[in-house]
Design a protein around this ligand. Sequence first.
Ligand code: SF4
Length: 174
Amino acid sequence: MSLRIPPSLLARKIVCPAYFPRPFPEDARLRFLGMHAMTALRVIRRHLGLGYQLREIEKRGNGCRADLVFQDASGRLRVCEVKSAKVLTRLHHIQTALYSNRDYDEVVLSNRETDIQLTRDYIESVLHQAQTTRELLINHAQEAASTFRPGEDICRTCANQRCSFLPTETRTDH
Ligand code: SF4
């Protein structure tokens, strides 16, 4: 049995299997899309300045969508996962690794200021964790639902009301 989970959710399930996503309000979603687009423009400008060619924007495939694909002068393809956050967290790295694909020579996490290339070893380790997490969710759903691993960057978007780590402002029982 296979379980298809979008990379953004799977990354969070890797960090905390009991994570349950909180709905994104429409105004926050629009604000996020605007910031993401501005950041993508910065990433494109930076890469063009380094001699890359822009090959694709929001390329679909492999069950996910790659933000930006560039090609360097030697033909090597670089996929960039764009984040509008100033500080790039472990969660962002995991999510980026899940976008890796044999079509790409380089997998990169980018924000306004920087581009971080992920190593092949790191990507392999995340893909292994993804497989382990899928198996936990499929075969041991109850254990997954009570495996709480809190983290500042993940609990604030969670809606698991059974978890004692849920931030107070997010609780519906206070
Ligand atoms: S609030 Fe609880 S279930 Fe949600 S991410 Fe944090 S530790 Fe995991």
